[in-house]
Design a protein around this ligand. Sequence first.
Ligand code: 13P
Length: 252
Amino acid sequence: MRTKIVAGNWKLNNNKKESKQLIKDLKESIKKLKLKDTRVIVAPTFVNLSSSVKEAKKSKIEVVAQNMHQAKNGAFTGEISADMLKAIGVETVILGHSERRTYFNETDAALAEKVDAILENKMETIFCFGELLEDRKSENHFKVVESQLSNALFHLKGEDFKSIILAYEPVWAIGTGETASPEQAQEMHAFIRSIIEKKYTKEVAEKVSILYGGSVKPANAEEIFSKPDVDGGLIGGAALKVADFTAIIKAI
Ligand code: 13P
């Protein structure tokens, strides 16, 4: 059985007060759900991580970071390290989001180093990847996804790879209201599992949770989550509203 995960990526939203309030409201609203093994994750901005960790204490909600730098320390103005995150109680980091790749020139090579830094600190990665619209139109989407995974992750040993959470986010579906159809998501997730099996083993491929991200809403979550290779979602806009995020968690 793979772990089911619903994660909210808050991006550049919510100040300290709003972050704490959203976590408080979410704690209350998920109480009624019988979640058992499902993980519920939120990713506030860096400055609000500490207060969010405190607010989420003794609840089911896990607070994770949206990014970090690969170096331990040094002359990297404006950056933050894995060790610094760990010291404030953050154990998991989202890496490789398409907005980081597009607006901040994040490369596969840098991501490979970031993943290594996470592992060195015995932390966990939520690794994002996905094709652009032109890749899908030119039917290169499988090739693009395979190269993103192999460039950033396939240097890992099987044991380490198992600890990575994958988040397939087709760029054309992020914030656009256009969701990949449940069939498109399943097709890609099954492909991802097949290349993991080819590189590692069936056991590793079966163990890794693969989330779908891109315009997941209460109205489409259940159908997407019903697909056998979809183990949850990475949610943007709908994670900012407690009712919507709760409805999506309920759909898992
Ligand atoms: P939306 O759910 O707003 O499309 O964002 C998805 C996303 O980028 C999550 O990381």
